[in-house]
Design a protein around this ligand. Structure first.
Ligand code: PLP
Length: 476
């Protein structure tokens, strides 16, 4: 690297000491109440980045700061605004107007209020997490969930861990470590975010034995692969994709029958694992956990925050023999579920005891099943509120479109919905999208055909007025 030229050195000399600038900001009236460490950290970041742009800038991507940029007042204002921003929570509420009900990036299932109440009630103080009150003795945290899961799935035993990826890892490690697991090539999936089944398999210490082809696997493919090293056969829900056309797959019950001839257990990773039948909604492709258990799966695994509509968790249910083996594995401790999740999951599962309650009180189920006409009336309400706000340059109209389940569930189900389509005379649809995303609260929507579509299916009744305000505020 060449030594910096005179102009560069001049600029570098204008950069104040971190402590000097931080102290000035912290002592100023505007800096009142800002923690010193936040001010110091923000100051250091700002000065470091200015130094870097002086040294490396000017190549077109970063511009070189001017002496005015380095003026004490300008720097202090920048530090103040960054420090204030750093004091805002990072994790915050957003309005999901994308129409994707189980959006992984937006936290998947919104929790039922019953679940929130349970968390508040138990987590703010002490609770009987691992204690049996009647006997006054130590117990396992799984007891709060096990009977409920068993009642809802017909399983003989059950437990829950941190998430479904953990459930799959744990089952494989506990039952198949050092041995073989037979999986159809059509089911070796990647769910997204580096959850690739073959990788999970190798992490668990189990050896993958692939059978069949991408589009077709037959029972004889499985039976030919069974040998002395076979620990289990695994069926995996294809979640976020579908193979169509010339396809063939082995039904679970046939696999179970084959397994019982050879004393090989069958595990099904259901992914979403709904606890209610979604067929009446015209959504096919998901069978319930109870269905898999009834068809003979020795173990099933599924997520708590997909179609179940509860907190992030992975549920393992099936025969006591295998659940015991899983429970006793050292990884079970490493992957264990926390008390807040148990509280939320128990409350959510309780709603399923009365399916009517499940449909009406679990937001994910309510959103998936809400008739389009009812979504339309919310779109109209938003339209009226925007009309009252008189946002200049903004055009909008209620328009039909389709929502989707998301979360790797029901990828081919298109759910008829209504959106409010926005257009602005001076802003492109993507500029509009960025404005709303940067608003307070941030609003996430989708761009389609030069319009910004706000899908009201995933917007709750209680969010409509703040949505209207956020739109007005971010455009004007
Ligand atoms: C989503 C999914 C997983 C991972 O579940 P998480 O709860 O996100 O860890 C595993 N298997 C299948 C088939 C899935 O759809």
């Amino acid at each position: 690297m060449n030594p910096p030229d005179e102009k560069t050195r001049e600029l570098l000399r204008l950069i104040p000491q971190v402590n000097e600038l931080a102290e000035a900001v912290h002592e100023s009236d505007e800096g009142f109440g800002l923690p010193r460490r936040v001010v110091v950290d923000t100051t250091r970041q700002l000065l470091d980045s200015l130094r870097a742009s002086i040294l490396w800038g000017g190549d077109g991507s970063v511009s070189v700061p001017t002496p005015e940029d380095l003026d004490a007042g300008t720097l202090a204002r920048k530090v103040l605004s960054s420090a204030r921003a750093a004091m805002q929570p990072n994790l915050k509420k957003v309005i999901n107007a994308t129409g994707v009900v189980l959006h992984t990036n937006f936290g998947r299932a919104p929790l039922p209020s019953d679940a929130l109440d349970a968390v508040v009630e138990t987590a703010g103080g002490y609770c009987n997490l691992e204690y049996r009150l009647a006997e006054g003795e130590r117990a396992t945290r799984q007891e709060h969930l096990e009977r409920l899961v068993c009642m809802l799935t017909g399983a003989g035993a059950a437990m829950a861990v941190n998430n479904n990826a953990a459930a799959v890892l744990l089952v494989l490690a506990a039952i198949a470590r050092g041995r073989e697991v037979i999986v159809s090539r059509g089911q070796l999936i990647e769910i997204g975010d580096s959850f690739r089944l073959p990788d999970i398999m190798s992490q668990s210490g189990a050896r993958l034995v692939e059978v069949g082809t991408t589009n077709r696997t037959s029972l004889s493919d499985y039976s030919n692969a069974i040998g002395p090293e076979t620990a289990l056969m695994m069926k995996i829900h294809p979640s976020n994709f579908r193979i169509v056309g010339y396809t063939g797959d082995v039904p679970l019950e046939d696999l179970v029958a084959l397994g019982s001839q050879h004393f090989v257990p069958v595990v099904e990773d259901l992914g979403s694992g709904s606890l209610v039948d979604l067929e009446p909604l015209g959504m096919s492709g998901e069978h319930t956990a109870a269905d898999s258990i009834a068809r003979g799966a020795d173990l099933v695994t599924f997520s708590g925050d997909k179609l179940l509509g509860g907190p992030q968790a992975g549920i393992i249910a099936g025969s006591s023999e295998y659940v015991e083996a899983v429970r006793g594995h050292p990884l079970a401790r490493a992957l264990r579920i926390g008390k807040m999740t148990i509280a939320a999951l128990e409350a959510t599962l309780r709603l399923y005891l009365d399916p009517e309650k499940a449909w009406s009180r679990i937001p994910a189920l309510r959103m998936l099943s809400e008739p389009a006409e009812s979504v339309r009336s919310r779109a109209n309400r938003l339209k009226r509120l925007l009309g009252r706000a008189e946002v200049p340059g903004l055009e909008y109209a209620v328009t039909p479109d389709v929502s989707c389940a998301g979360g790797g569930s029901l990828p081919t189900s298109e759910i008829p919905t209504y959106c409010l389509g926005l257009r602005h005379e001076a802003l492109s649809a993507s500029a509009l999208e960025a404005r709303l995303r940067g608003g307070d609260p941030p609003v996430l929507a989708r761009v389609k055909d030069d319009r910004l579509l706000l899908d009201l299916r995933t917007v709750m009744d209680t969010e409509i007025s703040s949505l209207a305000e956020a739109i007005g505020a971010s455009i004007t």
